[in-house]
Ligand binder design. Structure first.
Ligand SMILES: Cc1cc2nc3c(=O)[nH]c(=O)nc-3n(C[C@H](O)[C@H](O)[C@H](O)COP(=O)(O)O)c2cc1C
Length: 480
């Protein structure tokens, strides 16, 4: 599937609004997208963008329905269980079991990215003098430091191992052929950059717009550095992503993408000011130093579509991408922590501020053990507040969360103050990227945990009374 096929499907299902009014890429597309995406509305195709022939597409991922269409499943957790089975394969005992495994191995093989000789994305190639402002790149908010590409898949390779990384990082236009790469310190792209700089080697970069709509999503997924995001996409689709080799760089990128910007970050180039940018915190992130790439080629399909997004105070389009990630990664959390029942990263907390987790508590200190483990796991390590609940609490229901949290905790005993890495977008921490964290144990306490009183029983109706009332309930309901 590519972006155009997906748009056809959206149109058929009434999920796409085609905007005919002329609008500017400077602020106006944000204002319209903001009004629509807050309500979880349709995807928006702006067909007449002032000063450009290229249409702009926003809010593509902006509903549960469309996110499910992108992933090709009704329950994103299914994808997580697929990964779980790859990580923890059942050992086949009998000959028949072994035979049954063959299609599974074949499926994994089919999921590998495949390099092909020709790709639609190279229908048009401009090498040498490139002006990225030929693309309708948006200025999102009034005090933004410039124009930003916000849904670009940023491809780099580890200069030592050669393992590919694809990250969704915003990219600011510095000059017509220079782009600033906002890969934050905790992200794999940043790791590749600092390695290359140390080795005094140029780092090749490809910024990809479009292709299968699954691809920008996988670029945003917090996969471990050793896992290629395009292999992950292949596992989800059951078919390998088709890649072509770059024109001016040796990186491969999706053959059916809409647009690719190729370039190189030179190790001797200085870091430059990036930002400010109206971010998904709802605030402007201030200027910080980031590297820039020198653009040396622009490739695009004929009549390309420019895919982008707007971020701001929740809820916006990224809410649905975050939801998919939360659900897909639950089975992988259970892989490491089988006592975990469920978890929730509320979008109101920008996914990294709060983590509510429910567990099957078995021993004293169990809640803290789970809290520590989560704070050591990938990007969950950036969480500020981890609150641990008993298994019967629905952590996705804020009313239940606050009820259990308030009732079951004595802050003096159940709150653990820690420190560690903090999301660099956080403006409250004393230092950029480093600050305080809290684990709160909101589970029922054991006496070994310092609870000397008798934990109360929940006031719930008995089964017999419920059964009796059930028998007369329909008649009572008629009077209500
Ligand atoms: C719309 C959107 C914009 C994002 N912008 C950035 C960004 O500018 N910088 C960044 O480091 N992460 C950004 N992220 C988060 C990363 O995409 C995410 O952390 C991803 O897991 C990084 O990939 P990596 O682990 O391969 O580095 C953004 C996510 C979304 C959904």
């Amino acid at each position: 599937m590519d972006l155009r096929e997906f748009l056809k499907e959206l149109k058929k299902r009434g999920e796409l609004a085609e905007i005919e009014e002329e609008v500017s890429p400077l602020l106006e597309i944000t204002e319209i997208t903001d009004r629509v995406s807050r309500e979880g509305g349709k995807a928006l195709l702006f067909k007449r963008v002032k000063g450009y022939k290229i249409p702009v597409l926003t809010n593509l991922y902006g509903s549960y329905e469309r996110m499910k269409m992108v992933l090709g499943v009704d329950e994103p957790e299914e994808i997580g269980w697929r990964l779980y089975r790859i990580l923890r394969p059942e050992v086949p005992n009998t000959f028949l079991d072994k035979i049954k495994k063959i299609p599974e191995l074949k499926r994994l093989n089919d999921a590998l990215p495949k390099v092909v000789r020709k790709g639609k994305v190279q229908e048009n190639v401009i090498e040498g003098k490139v002006n990225v402002l030929d693309l309708p790149i948006l200025k999102c908010w009034p005090e933004d430091g410039g124009r930003f590409i916000t849904l670009g898949q940023v491809i780099t390779k580890d200069p030592e191992s050669g393992i590919r990384n694809v990250g969704l990082y915003r990219v600011q236009v510095l000059e017509e052929d220079k782009l600033i790469l906002h890969w934050q310190i905790h992200k794999d792209g940043s790791h590749h950059y600092w390695k290359a700089k140390k080795l005094k080697r140029p780092l090749e970069v490809a910024i990809v717009i479009g292709g299968d709509p699954l691809l920008p999503y996988v670029a945003s997924a917090p996969l471990p550095p050793e896992v290629d995001e395009y292999l992950f996409a292949g596992i989800i689709r059951g078919e390998g992503v088709k890649l072509v080799r770059g024109k001016s760089i040796s990186l491969e990128y999706p053959a059916d993408a809409e647009i690719v910007i190729e370039g190189v970050v030179e190790p001797e180039d200085p870091l430059v000011d990036e930002g400010p940018f109206g971010d998904h915190t709802g605030f402007y992130t201030p200027k910080e130093k980031y590297p820039f790439m020198r653009v040396n080629a622009l490739c695009f399909r004929s009549e390309p579509i420019y895919l982008t997004t707007i971020v701001g105070r929740p809820y916006m389009e990224d809410r649905f991408m975050g939801w998919a990630t939360e659900r897909i990664f639950l089975p992988l959390i259970k892989f490491n922590l089988p006592e975990v029942v469920d978890y929730h990263l509320p979008p109101d907390g920008l996914f990294h501020n709060f983590c509510f987790v429910s567990i099957k508590k078995r021993y004293p200190g169990h809640a803290f053990k789970v809290g520590f483990a989560l704070l050591g796991m990938g990007l969950l390590s950036l969480t500020k507040y981890v609150v641990v609940f008993d298994e019967e609490i629905n952590v996705r229901d804020l009313s239940e969360v606050l009820w259990a949290w308030g009732n079951n905790t004595d802050p003096k005993r159940d709150l653990l103050l820690l420190k560690g890495p903090i999301d660099v977008l956080d403006h409250a921490s004393e230092e950029l990227g480093f600050g305080g964290k809290v684990i709160i144990d909101a589970t029922k306490k054991f006496k070994e945990e310092g609870y000397r009183r008798v934990w109360p029983r929940r006031a719930l109706m008995d089964k017999e009374t419920k059964r009796r009332i059930d028998q007369i309930w329909e008649r009572i309901k008629e009077k209500l």
